[in-house]
Design a protein around this ligand. Structure first.
Ligand code: HEM
Length: 497
């Protein structure tokens, strides 16, 4: 009897062991062959501990893997198997292809607010949303000189705000975010807000909070693991930020639908609603114009279009304090072209090659979206000879490309001259890709370039900016959330003669 029960226990154990071995072997055999190489990972967390917990930034740590694994590296971040591309040629080739230009599922956002925007759409709905938004921006004159006046208005308000500090030390972040966000408000809501407007202040606060709170590479958003672990404090914070952003956008959209003030300009919301009406009258279905999509489009355009440009301008101020000789050269170039009696205009840009080179060098050294925004493959395909199964998340390590010593001589150095030719004319470099590359590249690139040019030239035409005396040295250190942002700093801005 005892022998029989011992045998039964043994049989059950053997059976379980057999099943476990079978599952491991089956999984191994089913694994697609010739995947891009990469380091081993922990169960559930994958390579997250190696890449984020032991110091260094995620984009730098992934970049280090290229020494061992080459330009196309597989990593797993909390259940997301992703392939990270390095080298501008690899990124350019891959992102020009339709099957590598979609987005992975945005689990968290869909949980909080179902609907499609730029971050959460692929295929036909993305094509429609992008086409619609591009048409709106074109209609509003964005990217053309007609829109310049809106930017100039905000730049002038910003200059006034800076001047109000009378040369004393202050943190420019708040005024900068207000000014740049107001330009997007003109596009989306047809109006600018007073810096002290409570609804506007709240919106900026939640967007800023969102940027600060979200961990490296928007991992929570696209992770099927964290998506289920909503009891974890940092996931709870992320969800709360998402909720709060959508609540504020809903509030501003409700305000917008009330009676318009006399100075109201046509905006994205107006065009969305009127296009929707026309399409409905003609019985045409349009994936972009579903009511639930509107708040997503607004959130994505607002989120992508405000903090990005403001952050680049903050980096610009830091570099001008850290490299006063570069600041003097920009100011001289501005004075030579515009004199002291008028302000620079976008039409002056071709005559300001050094200023343009400085802006490019800031984009390169402080790549504010170091790992770009995740893409996904929509079919089995290949990159650089490796198999890429359908549904793989693909990231581009833009930061790595901007520091590639084979492309940039002494890449760690701030050297705007690398964007000038032998005759000191502006020399664009295709290896510089702060706005991404290909079909899914930044929709707001033209707008951002106009804003950066106007704000940067206005600032340096009006003021000389210096580090406050109490600060021992200018630090160009940053912090990585969704974006690479400078640590808090103060400036002193003295009015130029
Ligand atoms: C310095 C400023 C900016 C930088 C560095 C920047 C950078 C980027 C990058 C790297 C991407 C991802 C590209 C990809 O997925 O491959 C992106 C996407 C996007 N950006 Fe920008 N951006 C900036 C300003 C703006 C502005 C002002 C707007 C406002 C209209 C904007 C709207 C968007 C949108 C809507 C997308 C998503 C495009 C899509 O999925 O089709 N961005 N941006």
């Amino acid at each position: 009897m005892e022998i029989l029960s011992a045998l039964t226990v043994l049989d059950v154990r053997s059976l379980l062991l057999g099943v476990a071995v079978f599952l491991v072997v089956f999984r191994f055999l089913r694994r697609p062959r010739n995947l891009p190489p990469g380091p081993w990972g922990w169960p559930f967390l994958g390579n997250l501990p190696q890449l984020t917990w032991y110091g260094g930034e995620l984009h730098e740590n992934i970049s280090k893997l290229t020494a061992r694994y080459g330009k196309v590296v597989s990593v797993n971040l909390a259940g997301i198997s992703m392939v990270v591309l390095h080298g501008h040629d690899t990124v350019k080739e891959a992102f020009s292809r339709q099957e590598l230009s979609e987005r992975p599922p945005a689990y968290m956002t869909q949980k909080v607010a179902p609907g499609r925007g730029f971050l959460s759409s692929s295929g036909e709905s993305w094509i429609e949303i992008r086409r619609f938004t591009m048409a709106v921006l074109k209609k509003l004159g964005v990217g053309k000189s007609a829109f310049e006046q809106n930017i100039v208005t905000e730049a002038e308000m910003f200059i006034e705000e800076v001047q109000s500090h009378g040369g004393k030390a202050f943190d420019p972040k708040h005024a900068m975010s207000n000014a740049v966000s107001n330009i997007i408000c003109t596009v989306v809501f047809g109006r600018r807000f007073q810096y002290t407007d409570p609804a506007f202040e709240q919106l900026l606060k939640v967007v800023h909070e969102f940027v600060l709170q979200v961990g490296a590479g928007s991992v929570f958003e696209f992770s099927p693991v964290f998506n289920k672990l909503t009891m974890l404090p940092f996931v709870r914070t992320y969800v709360a930020c998402l909720r709060s952003t959508f609540d504020h956008i809903n509030l501003l959209m409700k305000e917008h639908s009330k009676e318009k003030s006399a100075d109201h300009q046509e905006d994205l919301l107006d065009i969305f609603l009127s296009e929707k009406k026309i399409k409905e009258q003609h019985g045409v279905e349009n994936a972009a114009l579903r009511p639930e999509n509107l708040k997503h489009i607004v959130r994505d355009v607002f989120g992508a279009g405000s903090e990005t440009t403001a952050t680049t301008l903050l980096w610009g101020m830091l570099y001008m304090m850290a490299y006063p000789e570069v600041q003097v050269r920009v100011q001289k170039e501005l004075d030579d072209v515009t004199g002291r009696n008028r302000l620079p205009r976008i039409a002056d840009k071709p005559e300001l090659p050094y200023t343009e080179a400085v802006l490019c060098e800031i984009h390169r050294l402080e790549t504010i979206v170091p790992l770009s925004v995740p893409h996904a493959s929509t079919e089995d395909t290949t990159i650089a000879g490796y198999n890429i199964p359908k549904g793989t998340t693909i990231m581009a390590n833009i930061w790595h490309n901007h520091f590639d010593p084979l492309v940039w001589e002494e890449p760690e150095k701030f050297r705007p001259e690398r964007f000038l030719d032998g005759e000191n004319k502006f020399r664009p470099r295709e290896e510089l890709m702060p706005f991404g590359s290909g079909r899914r590249s930044c929709l707001g690139e033209q707008l951002a370039k106009m804003e950066l040019f106007v704000f940067f030239t206005y600032l340096l035409h009006h003021f000389t900016i210096k580090k406050p005396d109490h600060v021992p040295a200018v630090s160009c250190e940053g912090k990585y959330g969704i974006m690479w942002v400078p640590l808090k700093f103060d400036i002193c801005a003295t009015v130029r003669e």
